[in-house]
Design a protein around this ligand. Structure first.
Ligand SMILES: Nc1ncnc2c1ncn2[C@@H]1O[C@H](COP(=O)(O)OP(=O)(O)O)[C@@H](O)[C@H]1O
Ligand SMILES: [Mg+2]
Length: 246
């Protein structure tokens, strides 16, 4: 079986500084790969090279049998990779439905003129969220009034609604309380069972061990090691994060 995603020899230079070099890994369908590493290790830079935010200085990204290196973020998203960034990129002032359709809004025509179909978008948002086991009390409220966990769910709902084949999450639980972190971890499990590949960025060891099928540790911009959770432990992962040699 060929991999859903393959990153080959990724390098990113910012000015004279090499933030990431020689990063290669694969993600298979239905698999959660955790990118672990300390602050500044290069995790966000790696995923931005995959999601089309950055063009790699060197290296290639193959997705679903195609070379996608150098495509725009929008084109990568259309190809089936949904990225949930650290800051979530939700529009706080809009309701969940409009957030679900952000950038690809549904319209309907009245007397030949296009209008946003808020009702249909809200209905879709409620449906997708319900399928995730999440009830939003009032779908007309802007998402700024929702809890961190609910906001995260909307970002994940967006990935599901648009039938992403790969979902990338950059520290999704960092700003959440413990019950909400559990919700997000459960959602990751559900996505996996639907065959979606996941790249999860985290430096939270319990999250890493709970979610990962494979753990790839980045230290100072390079891959310090790759392990299955069953063949390693907290101590070794921390040592690898600190940049100790294999
Ligand atoms: N846009 C940028 N311009 C210059 N340097 C950057 C930029 N983005 C990240 N870096 C640098 O690249 C390194 C890796 O950063 P980052 O990928 O954000 O790490 P992580 O997500 O693992 O915390 C850091 O040294 C950071 O300062
Ligand atoms: Mg980061």
């Amino acid at each position: 079986m060929s991999a859903l995603l393959e990153a080959r020899g990724l390098k990113k230079r910012f000015g004279g500084n090499e933030a990431v070099s020689n990063v290669s890994f694969v993600v298979n369908a239905g698999e959660c790969v955790v990118l672990a590493g300390d602050n500044g290790a290069g995790k966000s830079t790696v995923i931005k090279m995959i999601s089309g935010v950055y063009t790699p200085t060197e290296g290639e990204v193959h997705f679903d049998g195609r070379l996608i290196t150098g495509r725009s973020a929008e084109a990568v998203r259309s190809a089936g990779i949904e990225t949930i960034y650290q800051d979530l990129a939700l529009a706080d002032n809009l309701d969940p439905g409009l957030n679900l359709y952000l950038g690809r809004e549904r319209t309907r025509r009245i007397l030949g003129l296009p209008f946003l179909d808020r009702k249909a978008m809200r209905r879709d948002a409620v449906d997708v969220l319900k399928s995730l086991g999440i009830v939003v009390p009032d779908p007309t409220l802007p998402v700024r009034d929702l809890s961190g966990g609910q906001r995260q769910s909307i970002a994940i709902a967006r990935a599901i609604h648009w039938q992403a084949k790969l979902v990338i999450m950059d520290e999704p639980t960092a700003a959440l309380g413990v019950p909400e972190q559990r919700e997000v971890m459960a959602l990751i499990g559900r996505l996996k069972s639907q065959g979606v590949g996941i790249i999860l960025i985290s430096h939270n060891l319990p999250d890493i061990f709970a979610a990962a099928d494979r753990i790839i540790v980045l230290a100072r911009g390079v891959v310090a090691g790759e392990r299955r959770p069953s063949e390693t432990n907290d101590e070794e992962i921390v040592r690898m994060m600190m940049g100790a040699t294999l």
